[in-house]
Ligand binder design. Sequence first.
Ligand SMILES: Nc1nc2c(ncn2[C@@H]2O[C@H](COP(=O)(O)OP(=O)(O)O)[C@@H](O)[C@H]2O)c(=O)[nH]1
Ligand SMILES: [Mg+2]
Length: 244
Amino acid sequence: MIGKTGGGKSATGNTMMGQTWFESSSSSESVTQKGKTGKIKWKDQYIKIIDTPGLFDNRMSEEELKLEIIKCMTLVVPGPHIIMYMIRIGRYTKEDIEAADKFLQIIGGNPYKWTIIVLTGRDDLEFHEKTKEDFLETATKEFNKFAKKCSERYIFVDNRSKDSRREWTEIYSAIDKMLIENRRSYYTSKLLHKLDEAFGGIIAKRALVDKTITIEEIIASLEKDVENEGSTLYTLFKNASIEQ
Ligand SMILES: Nc1nc2c(ncn2[C@@H]2O[C@H](COP(=O)(O)OP(=O)(O)O)[C@@H](O)[C@H]2O)c(=O)[nH]1
Ligand SMILES: [Mg+2]
C-alpha cells in the first residue's frame, strides 16, 4: 500500500486484516512512521500486507526516503504481487498524483501493470449523493493519465462501512482478478533484484553459520530487523542503490 499520509492506507489495511492492526489516525501527522506488515490467510494462501509511511509527504530527506523505500521493498522481495495506490476521494491534488508517479518511476521497471488505484472514502461520495461514475467523470487530467497507465483499475472503498465484510470481499475480489490477469506474476525491477540478492546472501550466510535454524526462521528474524531498522538494513542499503 502506497500513498500520501491520510490517503487511507492504514484504514484499508485494517479492513483487509478484519481487525485494527495498523495504526490509523485522523490527524494529518504521519502515524505510520515505519513500514509495518500484516499477514492474513485467504483462500488457502497467505497475503502479506505492507503498510508504508507517507513516502510522498516531502517530510523526509532524500537519504531517509531512499532508506524507507528500500526498507519497504525489502519486506516484499523479490517483489509485490500488487501495488495498491491509495487516494482519499476529494482530497488528492495534482501534486499527489505526480509524486506517486515519480515514486513508481524511481522503483523502476513497469510497476503500473501491478498497480490498482484504491479510492477511499466512498461514504463521502454517497453522502453527497454522487456515484462512482460522477467521480470518474470529474476526475482531474492527472488522475486520468495515471489511471490509464494502470489500465483503469480502481476500486472504491468505505473503511467506515458497517458492512466491513462487503468491503473486504470487494477488495479481495479485485486482488483475485488482478492476480489472474497477471498470471500470478509479481512486479520486480533492477532495484528489487539487487535487494533480493543482498537478502539471499544474508540468509545463506546465516544458514551456514547456524545449522539449527530454518530458512523461515531466518527470514522472519530478518524482517523484524528490517522493520526495526537494524543492521541488516544497513547492509542492504550499502548493497542496493536505487539508481537504475
Ligand atoms: N469516512 C472515511 N474515512 C476514512 C476512510 N478511510 C480512511 N478514513 C479516515 O481517514 C483518516 C486517514 O486514514 P489512514 O488510514 O490513517 O491514512 P494513512 O495515512 O494513509 O494510513 C483516518 O481518520 C481514517 O479513519 C473511508 O473510507 N471513509
Ligand atoms: Mg498510516
